[in-house]
Design a protein around this ligand. Structure first.
Ligand code: ADP
Length: 470
């Protein structure tokens, strides 16, 4: 029955309203009852004093006292009030005329020192509730007697009963109103949730443009919808990037595959000499290399995206890795008429992956060599400051136009597609460098000016050299 949130909210609202109304009714009932009884008690105490005053006036003449009391009660037309005077032994000395209304047993104060005793007793004839008040009094002759006054409570009880009936009506009205109000409240609060559910059903990977309806009231539901919409926007961006990545990867793989297929057709279809065929096959090796490079790069990026640990960390001397890579590239640079210099090389240790860091430096030097015309200079430096290593590769090459810079680290992004393809680049080099450096807890920055040169800086956390290394 309470399966839906709406019915649970309604039941909760009804329950809370009924409980509060019931508590209010109970406390009001007891409050009113208490104050009515207090009023009666104060009235009875006053009447006992008046009774005492009459007795002191009559100077022991009980007949006169009885007459005066009856006259007083008669003039006041108080059928609800009765008096009685008892001896110390409990014998009735005088009573008002309403004997039948008097209770069976009146409580008698234990001794002279007891003050007023006020109790609820029941009348002899009709078993009606009565409030009784008794007190010891001392006569002028020094004897003691007990003065008693009683008041019928039927009026008080009738008022309380009327109040109880009103409470029952109020409770019933509260139940009906709370149910209706609870339903309206639940409907209004859940209207937005229903709209969100409908919108959410329309969202799929194929269509991430749908957004949840917002109330713009800045309440919790509105905040939930805003957060969900932000998440959808991020998801849409990531799905777009993934689609772009897959399309670019397929495109990049198609070129070397087409070249390889062409080479195979040439070998099969013509009457080429074995030397010519060997030459075609030798060319094919470049394409195989290109394919292998792209596949390795894609694998590395996919692992990084999946959050897999793709680097194997160990303390390594980065200065040695830099020197080795420079040595490797020096002949290539010289062949192109470039000078490759190592301007600074501090001793710097990192907790990292030797192969991947060498690959990073190689990518940077490779880019610099490809982008620097003959006669240019490529400068590498390794400086250490405040536990951070700064490795920079700068060149005096063609530079990069400013509008390319924001996307220069994007996957498959190339400044000049045709020329990059000629030089074998798939536009993955810098994004791989960035992924590797970030996996080492570092950062990469590129600054460039067209026709002036480019500078790429890596910042990687340094470690202290291991103890056994001098
Ligand atoms: P690729 O693997 O194709 O070289 P990269 O991600 O390494 O791709 O580089 C992206 C683009 O940035 C390349 O198209 C290249 O033209 C340009 N680029 C990278 N380094 C330099 C540089 N030092 N000077 C000029 N252009 C550069």
């Amino acid at each position: 029955m309470l399966k839906t949130l709406r019915s649970r909210l309604t039941a909760m609202a009804t329950g809370i309203t009924l409980t509060v109304t019931l508590l209010v009714c109970i406390s009001l009932y007891w409050g009113i009852r208490h104050s009515l009884y207090q009023e009666v008690d104060a009235f009875l105490a006053g009447e006992v004093m008046e009774f005492q005053a009459i007795l002191s006036h009559v100077d022991g003449d009980l007949q006169d006292a009885q007459r005066r009391i009856r006259a007083e009660l008669g003039s006041r037309q108080r059928g609800d009030l009765a008096f009685r005077l008892l001896t110390e032994q409990g014998r009735v000395l005088l009573t008002s005329d309403a004997e039948h209304t008097l209770p069976d047993q009146w409580s008698v104060p234990a001794d002279h020192s007891s003050g007023l005793i006020i109790r609820t007793e029941y009348s002899r004839a009709r078993r009606e509730p009565m409030r009784t008040c008794s007190q010891w009094i001392t006569n002028t002759d020094g004897t003691n007697c007990i003065a008693q006054v009683t008041y019928r409570l039927d009026q008080v009880h009738a008022s309380l009963k009327r109040f109880l009936n009103t409470c029952i009506v109020a409770l019933a009205a509260a139940a009906v109103l709370a149910t209706i109000g609870g339903r309206i409240l639940a409907f209004r609060s859940l209207r937005l949730v229903n709209a969100m559910t409908t919108s959410a059903r329309r969202i799929s990977v194929e269509d991430l443009t749908e957004r949840l309806e917002r109330s713009h009231t800045n309440d919790e539901l509105d905040e939930l919808a805003a957060t969900f919409n932000d998440m959808l926007a991020r998801l849409a961006k990531q799905v777009d990037q993934l689609r772009q990545f897959t399309a670019d990867a397929a495109h990049e793989l198609r070129t070397p595959l087409a070249a390889l297929r062409g080479a195979a057709e040439v070998v099969l279809s013509s009457n080429n000499s074995p030397d010519e065929m060997r030459a075609v096959l030798a060319d094919s090796i470049d394409e195989y290399d290109r394919l292998a490079r792209i596949a390795n790069s894609l694998l590395l990026l996919a692992r990084a995206d999946a959050g897999q640990e793709f680097i194997r960390r160990a303390p390594l001397p980065l200065h040695t890795a830099l020197r080795d890579v420079i040595d490797l590239f020096t002949p290539v640079a010289e062949e192109q008429g470039l000078s490759l210099l190592l301007s600074q090389c501090d001793t710097a240790w990192v907790d990292g992956d030797d192969d991947h860091l060498r690959q990073t430096i190689s990518n940077l030097l490779d880019n610099a060599i490809k982008s620097t015309p003959t006669g240019g200079t490529i400068r590498a430096s390794l400086a250490i400051a405040d536990d951070a290593i700064n490795l920079t590769v700068s060149d005096t090459g063609i530079g990069i136009a400013p509008h390319h810079l924001p996307r220069i680290f994007d996957r498959f992004y190339r400044v000049d597609r045709a020329r990059s393809r000629e030089t074998g680049g798939a536009g993955l080099g810098l994004s791989i460098c960035k992924t590797i450096v970030e996996a080492h807890g570092g950062s990469i920055r590129l600054s460039s000016e067209p026709d002036s040169g480019t500078s790429v800086s890596l910042k990687i956390p340094a470690i202290h050299p291991p103890n056994d290394i001098p």
